[in-house]
Design a protein around this ligand. Structure first.
Ligand code: AQP
Length: 333
């Protein structure tokens, strides 16, 4: 049976990229009735230093973001990673399965470590092995992610295959990345070659899910574009990264396609398109941010939801870890 797993880091405020690339699609999958497990990956977040109080707040706000986006904690399992110790335990085993050469090819490490990789944490380097453990501890088959995480899901498959080969077993399934829709890679509003990111130092580069209507409108008004009108066909977006990004966002927010958006707006200037995009973004995000704010007034309830989710997650994770230990020869399992 298919089982979905995905995670988001509580490393800042949720962005429109996280919403379109992840949360919105999770809600759609849940509505199709697939068993789904969603994790606030706090152990991943600390691969770069986090202020403890801010991390605690971001974890709760992320949980509120999941719930406000339509993920029902009764139907899906919703929890934070550090409450399920089996993730870190299996990650250690995978640290011993993954090869240094594989890790050296991970583009996210290169992007995040920057020029001074010597100063990056060992955890940031090992991040993909922990992510493999997140997925495989549930024997998940499908991993809905944005385009940026595709390489990590492929590495997860390599780890599963090497484990199965080395221990002559077929214990771990090969999970599939699920990357679909018009906005699998939402780009920065300031630079069409960079992805929109929670941790970008420029707040103007992103729309936060908690931004108010005026802030959203101002950020879209100032978003970088080119001087040309919108084309009437998608091939007219070639070489126009910023224009393509805004059209993709419109298509994803309106549940339509790039072609349909261009049919409607082709020939119009950005001065006409941007206010329409703002209106749509506000209409979609403001009910969610209002609900997030309401939920954040009851953080004890959020904490209880996460703890209950962790108990349910451990029911699946505990036997998988025990079997793994048995396969590799640990006494007592
Ligand atoms: N710009 C994006 N477009 C589409 N999808 C995106 N995702 C992130 N940014 C975009 C998807 O959101 C999920 C959660 O991502 P994450 O928080 O685990 O880490 P990330 O990919 O590194 O996201 P951020 O926002 O850029 O966080 P920071 O700045 O902390 O690194 C994933 O499914 C991701 O694909």
């Amino acid at each position: 049976t298919p089982r979905v797993f995905s995670g988001i880091q509580p490393s800042g405020r949720l962005t429109l990229g996280n919403y379109l690339g992840a949360l919105k699609r999770f809600a759609d999958a849940q509505d199709r009735g697939v068993q789904s497990i969603y994790c606030m990956v706090d152990l991943h977040a600390i691969t770069v230093w986090q202020d403890p109080a801010a991390l605690r707040n971001a974890t709760r706000e992320l949980a509120a973001g999941f719930i406000a986006s339509g993920i029902d904690p009764e139907k899906s399992i919703l929890f934070n990673q550090s409450q399920v110790p089996e993730h870190a335990q299996l990650a250690w085993v995978f640290n011993c399965v993954a090869r240094l050469g594989w890790m050296n090819r991970m583009t996210q490490f290169k992007d995040k470590a920057g020029k001074n990789a010597e100063k990056a944490s060992l955890g940031l380097y090992a991040y993909p092995a922990l992510m493999a453990a997140d997925i495989l501890i549930y024997h998940a088959t499908h991993v809905p992610v944005g385009e940026d995480q595709k390489q990590h899901v492929e590495l997860t498959r390599d780890i599963a295959a090497k484990f199965n080969h080395d221990y002559k077993t077929d214990f771990f399934p090969m999970p599939e990345p699920v990357i679909e829709g018009a906005a699998t890679r939402v780009m920065s509003l300031r630079d069409g070659s960079k992805k929109m990111s929670k941790s970008d130092p420029s707040d103007a580069s992103r729309i936060n899910m908690t931004d108010d209507a005026d802030t959203i409108a101002a950020k879209i008004r100032k978003a970088k574009t080119d001087p040309d009108a919108l084309p009437s066909e998608s091939k007219g977006l070639e070489g126009r990264a910023e224009a393509r990004n805004l059209v993709n966002i419109y298509a994803a927010l309106s549940d339509s396609s790039v072609d349909a958006v261009l049919q409607e707006f082709g020939g119009q200037q950005f001065s006409a398109f941007k206010p329409k995009l703002s209106e749509l973004a506000v209409a979609r995000l403001s009910p969610i941010s209002t609900e997030m704010a309401r939920l954040m007034e009851h953080t004890d309830e959020i904490d209880a939801i996460l703890t209950r989710g962790a108990t349910r997650a451990r029911e699946i994770a505990t036997p998988v870890l025990r079997n793994t230990y048995e396969i590799i020869g640990m006494v007592g399992s």
